[in-house]
Design a protein around this ligand. Structure first.
Ligand SMILES: Nc1ncnc2c1ncn2[C@@H]1O[C@H](COP(=O)(O)OP(=O)(O)O)[C@@H](O)[C@H]1O
Ligand SMILES: N[C@@H](CCC(=O)OP(=O)(O)O)C(=O)O
Length: 368
C-alpha cells in the first residue's frame, strides 16, 4: 500500500520571510511533491498563506487588529492562493482539490467522517488535496486555530504515516534560535513533556501562528495516531526525499506506543464535550490504570446538559480532566443513578441502557 504524507507549509515558508507569496519557491515545493508522487507516495498539502495573499493583493492595508480584519484578508487571499497552487501543479499535470475546514467540521462525528471520505476520494483519484482553515467564517469558538494542528488532524483523516511541518527553522531548538545564538537543534523526540513546551517561544513573523508551541501540540496528536511528525526547514524542499527515509537535519518526533483507534483519536483531539461527570478516586484508578468502563457507583456529580450519545469529559473532584467518552445516559439520568449499583438502574429509571455510563470502547484517557 502506498504511504501517505502530509506536508504543511507555514506562511514563513510560503513567503520566505517577505510580505509576499514567493511563487518560485512554491513551484519548488510542487516539483518535490510531483517527485514524491512519482515515487509512489500520496501527498496531502496543508497550505497556510491566505492572510499573506490577501495582504499582498490589497497592497498591505492598515486594518484594525480585530478578528474580522484577518477574516477579510483570508477571504480575499484564499482564492488567490488556490489559483496559484492550481496553476503551479498544472505544470506537472497534477490536479488539486481544495478543502477548507473549521473546528466545527471536526468536532461533530458525522462531519468528521464526511471530511475523511472526501479526502480519501481525492487521494484515490490521485488528486492532491490542498487544505487550509476556513478562516473567513471562523470565529474563535470554532477554530482549529493553527495549521500545525490542522496538519496533524489531516494526517489522521488521510491515515498518513508522516506529517512534515515546513517552517523557517531546521526544527525545534533548545531555545528560540532567532533570539539565542547558542540554541541547539533537537534531533529526535519520543515523548512530549511539559519541559518540551517550555522550549517553545511564539511565532517568528507577524504572519505565522503559534510558533513552536502549536507544532509540539501537533506532534502530540500525531504520536497518538502512530504517525511520525517532522519539523524541518522549508528553505530547500528537496530535503523531503531525505526526511521520508528518516534522514536529514530536522526534528523527528517518533511514535513509540501503538496508535489509538480513529474513534478514540477523534474523541481525544477533536470531539466537543457537552458536559462533565465528576468521578471518585476508585473510578479514576479503574479507568486510568485498568482501562475500565465508568459505572454509576463511581460518579459523584454531573454538570452541563448532555444526552444519550453525547460526548462528556470525566473529571476528578478538583476539576482535572481525566478522560473523554460517549455517555449512554443523559445528564438527568446520570444524576439519578450516581453512586448507585448498576443492578438498580432499571428500578430507578424504569429502563436500562446497560450497566455502564461510559463504556471502555467509547472512552479515551486524556494524555494517553
Ligand atoms: N525552541 C524553538 N525552536 C525553533 N523555533 C522557535 C523556538 N521557539 C520559538 N521559535 C520560533 O518559531 C518560529 C516558527 O513558527 P511560525 O512563525 O509560527 O512559523 P510557520 O509560519 O512556519 O508556522 C521560528 O521562526 C522561531 O522564531
Ligand atoms: N490559515 C492561515 C494560517 C494559519 C497558520 O497556522 O499560519 P502558520 O503558522 O504560518 O502556518 C492562513 O492561511 O493565512
Amino acid at each position: 500500500m502506498s504511504k501517505t504524507i502530509v506536508i504543511k507549509l507555514g506562511s514563513s515558508t510560503l513567503t520566505l520571510g517577505s510580505k509576499h507569496l514567493n511563487h518560485a519557491h512554491m513551484l519548488e515545493v510542487v516539483r518535490v511533491i510531483a517527485g514524491l508522487k512519482k515515487a509512489g507516495y500520496k501527498v496531502v498539502l496543508v497550505s497556510s498563506g491566505a492572510v499573506a495573499a490577501g495582504r499582498e493583493l490589497l497592497g498591505d492595508p492598515q486594518l484594525p487588529a480585530v478578528l474580522s480584519s484577518k477574516q477579510l484578508l483570508a477571504s480575499v487571499g484564499q482564492g488567490r492562493l488556490i489559483e496559484i497552487w492550481e496553476s503551479l501543479f498544472a505544470i506537472y499535470d497534477i490536479h488539486i482539490g481544495q478543502i477548507l475546514l473549521t473546528g466545527a467540521d471536526l468536532d461533530d462525528r458525522e462531519r468528521f467522517l464526511n471530511a475523511r471520505d472526501t479526502l480519501k476520494a481525492l487521494l484515490d483519484f490521485n488528486i492532491v488535496p490542498v487544505i487550509n482553515e476556513n478562516d473567513a467564517v471562523c470565529i474563535q469558538e470554532i477554530k482549529v486555530g493553527d495549521n500545525d494542528n490542522l496538519a496533524a488532524i489531516s494526517g489522521i483523516l488521510a491515515e498518513a504515516s508522516q506529517v512534515i511541518l515546513f517552517t523557517d527553522q531546521k526544527g525545534l531548538y533548545t531555545k528560540d534560535p532567532r533570539k539565542f545564538k547558542d540554541a541547539k537543534l533537537i534531533r529526535e523526540v519520543h515523548e512530549i513533556t511539559d519541559e518540551l513546551y517550555e522550549l517553545a517561544g511564539g511565532a517568528g513573523t507577524s504572519l505565522g501562528t503559534g510558533g513552536m508551541a502549536t507544532k509540539i501540540k501537533a506532534a502530540s496528536t500525531a504520536l497518538k495516531a502512530g504517525m511520525e511528525l517532522i519539523i524541518a526547514s522549508g528553505a530547500k524542499p528537496e530535503i523531503v526525499f531525505d526526511l521520508v527515509k528518516g534522514e536529514g537535519e530536522a526534528t523527528f518526533f517518533k511514535p513509540t506506543h501503538s496508535p489509538l483507534m480513529v474513534k478514540k483519536l477523534w474523541l481525544s483531539t477533536m470531539a466537543k464535550s457537552s458536559g462533565q461527570i465528576f468521578i471518585d478516586d476508585g473510578a479514576k484508578e479503574a479507568i486510568i490504570k485498568n482501562g475500565a468502563s465508568l459505572l454509576p457507583s463511581g460518579i459523584i456529580k454531573v454538570a452541563g446538559e448532555f444526552y444519550r450519545g453525547s460526548i462528556v469529559t470525566l473529571c476528578d473532584l478538583s476539576g482535572k480532566k481525566l478522560a473523554k467518552g460517549i455517555s449512554r445516559y443523559s445528564f438527568d439520568e446520570v444524576d439519578r443513578i450516581k453512586r448507585k449499583k448498576s443492578q438498580d438502574i432499571d428500578a430507578i429509571l424504569g429502563f436500562d441502557h446497560g450497566a455502564v455510563v461510559v463504556h471502555r470502547d467509547d472512552l479515551v484517557v486524556l494524555g494517553s
